[in-house]
Design a protein around this ligand. Sequence first.
Ligand code: CP
Length: 324
Amino acid sequence: MTDNGEGLRLGKDLVGLKDLSREQILGILDTAEPFKEISERPIKKVPILRGQTIVNLFMEPSTRTRISFEFAEKRLSADTVNISSSGSSVQKGESLVDTARNLEAMRIHMVVVRHGSSGAARFLADRIPSNVINAGDGQHAHPTQALLDLLTIRDRFGDIEGRRVCIVGDIQHSRVARSNIWGLLKCGAEVAVCGPKTLIPAGIEDLGVQVFGRVEEGIEWCDVLYVLRLQLERMQGGYVPSLREYNRVFGISSSRLQQAASDMIVLHPGPINRGVEIDSAVANGPRSVILPQVTNGVAVRMAVLYLLAGGQPEFAESAKGEDK
Ligand code: CP
């Protein structure tokens, strides 16, 4: 922890890492550390959020984020309700804000929202008094994903400062790339992106990011190779000639990794398209920290929930005593 003053406190909501300082980001990672151990206990439950009611409002598909928020909430003893678009009145045309206001009328404390529209989390946060946590909004941001990625990098290397991270793939449509770029740069990492020209946003260098045209250059340069899925559901046109061609030019295979540093690690946010952006031998191989990323997701989300509920970073260790 670099500071124990007001500067570490989060505001009402967590919408994106762009809004947070380096100290706040590192403060969340530090707060996640003591929460890791709770998931290793035989009884994975502490009373930290007892009495808090949290709604998980998932308007887009999700496996990792939805389930790890749910585990984080349950392990902190919050009461939780899950809502998805299918089976709710959203299917009858109810708006996001009307849904949230009706939930508020039932006296809730927090909303975790995933939505297909960029800006949906901020829109909601500005309109309801409950804490809002962005679990991924359109192409905009996925802050808890980037936080768990930062924690995974720090676990492996001891520090994020000075690490070289190359993000490969569909940068254009990726909220994960955007949140990681903001988070990594704030924490002092060097960041590069690599992918087909059609999937690299114009002017990305202005953020302080290098661009590699060939994936081999990125692999030789980096300590961390962050592989992204092709977001086929967000692509309207022919961004790549074919998935096979994409795999041939940018796919991460064991033979491509022969030029990598011996301690280079491979991250992927999931879901994986094996044989497209990453081969199974790499995803399952010794450099892969894809499953440790998922494990860290629970601790990071526990930390975010704890801090937004008013918990103090410096008290996280003492707060995690056994349930009584
Ligand atoms: N990484 C991620 O957001 O995965 P899900 O879509 O399964 O939540």
